[in-house]
Design a protein around this ligand. Structure first.
Ligand SMILES: CC(C)(COP(=O)(O)OP(=O)(O)OC[C@H]1O[C@@H](n2cnc3c(N)ncnc32)[C@H](O)[C@@H]1OP(=O)(O)O)[C@@H](O)C(=O)NCCC(=O)NCCS
Length: 190
């Protein structure tokens, strides 16, 4: 398995993976194993690649089987949910630091093809993204919908993220989680 930053040539495959597991288009049977909610257009994929170097992928013999997004709060600020999170950063303390747009960034969504779940893609893809983003930020922040228990288990029990708080937005309940970027991901092999 190869872990690397995506380029423009990878966008079509990533968009297909997104479509398969996005809440609006996911097959009903797959929903219990998680779904992504932030929907990227082709231009937004290009922007996160070009401006943020923030699209990590897992590639198996040329097939993209997983992706993890990561970017500055400025990048995310076009989505209302992130505007809400950005406003609340100053009310949030993690690892003894009050959060702001300089000391933290937003990781996610992450999405892994179901044929590759339950293996080492999760930890290694997260670790690759961590290695890249730790060059710029000391703290990772993310969110998980309460109705996505698989993602919650994966991020808390397996990857070791901390739950910082709960919040509500648009009639949904979310966990806000954090991670200390200086920590190598437990169980990763890259
Ligand atoms: C979330 C995701 C990246 C996690 O990667 P993964 O490879 O599936 O993670 P793992 O299987 O290693 O870990 C998940 C754990 O939750 C467990 N689990 C599965 N369904 C569960 C459920 N409904 N409730 C509680 N735990 C559950 C799994 O058994 C596993 O634990 P185990 O290894 O001890 O058995 C992947 O499932 C995915 O891409 N889902 C679709 C998109 C998504 O939800 N993205 C996250 C948005 S925040």
């Amino acid at each position: 398995m190869e872990y690397r930053n995506a380029t423009f040539e990878d966008i079509n495959q990533i968009a297909k993976l997104q479509e398969r597991y996005h809440v609006n288009t996911i097959n009903e049977d797959d929903k219990k194993d998680g779904f992504v909610t932030t929907l990227f257009t082709k231009e937004q994929f290009e922007e996160i690649i070009e401006k943020e170097n923030g699209l990590a992928i897992a590639c198996d013999n040329g097939n993209i089987v997983g992706y993890a997004m990561a970017a500055s709060w400025e990048f995310w600020s076009k989505w209302p949910l992130f505007q809400h999170m950005i406003k609340d950063l100053e009310n949030t303390t993690y690892l003894g630091q009050k959060l702001n747009v300089e000391n933290s960034y937003q990781y996610g969504p992450i999405c892994i093809d179901k044929a590759y779940r339950g293996g080492d893609v999760l930890v290694n893809l997260f670790e690759f993204s961590r290695q890249e983003m730790s060059k710029r930020y000391p703290i990772l922040i993310t969110f998980i919908n309460h109705i996505n228990p698989r993602s919650y288990e994966a991020h808390t029990r397996k990857l070791g993220l901390d739950v910082i708080k709960d919040f509500q937005f648009n009639n949904n309940n979310y966990y806000e989680l954090g991670y200390d970027m200086s920590k190598k991901t437990k169980g990763s092999t890259i």
